[in-house]
Write a protein that binds this ligand. Sequence first.
Ligand code: ATP
Ligand code: MG
Length: 302
Amino acid sequence: MKKRFNDWKNERSKYFNSWTNKQKEDTFFDLDKSEDNSTNSMLINVPKKNIREIKRQNNKKRKKDSFKNKQNKLNYAIELVNVTKKYISGKNDVTNVLIDLNLSIEKGDFVILFGKSGSGKSTLLNIMSGLDRPTKGHVIVADTNLPYLSNKELTKFRRNNIGFIFQQYHLLNNISGYENVETGAILNKDKKNKNDIVSMFQEFDLLDVIDKYPSQMSGGQQQRISIMRALAKNADIIFADEPTGALDKKTSKIVMELLRKINVEQFKTIIMVSHDPDIVKYAKRKILLNKGKIILDERIAE
Ligand SMILES: Nc1ncnc2c1ncn2[C@@H]1O[C@H](COP(=O)(O)OP(=O)(O)OP(=O)(O)O)[C@@H](O)[C@H]1O
Ligand SMILES: [Mg+2]
């Protein structure tokens, strides 16, 4: 594990021999601020025929073609090729939420997605995690081209490959902390590798809430339980949409340190959405979205 961490540190230092960390941080957030404040997505009126086609692409599995069995490149967990997402609102109105997006994420990376409200961060996360379908393009995750799966197959894919952490925790309220984590372990595809839940509570410093219900826990405790649930599943890829959005600074730090730890020690690929500039240092790569496009993509200095 230590070797892996050192390899990663060496690799990162290659990217940052010219700029200081501070300069890079400033550039990143200045770019974010410098964008105009108009609405992020474009609303356009399109003919009925096209609406029907978009609806089909957004909701149904794609017909089999030569791309169906496309797998990831070596060492990559996620690859997006020309991904476009259009939402239909009203009768004939279409919003272009993601526009011809290309993105490759290596196994073991820790990526933070930034961008103003409405820039398409959650949409992108949902498409990468198989919760939503792209209108066009390829989404290859864990050697599977997702748009070609049926809804049932997508559910199975998520169950076997993906862990989720949400801003509002999404714990089950009428069962204990232990049982909430256990729901993750039950979904674990490889029973032999099922993590020992009690030792996880110990490691996360949460033994005192193991038998409590979520309503009896603080926000930070609930979020840590939801991280444990994702870990208990043993999924290789973890998606988190603003996991610290409802937490104070101190608790955010604890949660981010845990995510960083599982990224480095367990080599989990983590993709998270955030608004908070303070947490960027925990990740390895930051991506800035604006109006459905990636306008910046950088490795993060230590
Ligand atoms: N189901 C939907 N139907 C129609 N439009 C949608 C749908 N989901 C999202 N949108 C639109 O897509 C755009 C991007 O939304 P998204 O939720 O991805 O933004 P975000 O970057 O996550 O914003 P926030 O920071 O506020 O969470 C917005 O204009 C939103 O209104
Ligand atoms: Mg969002």
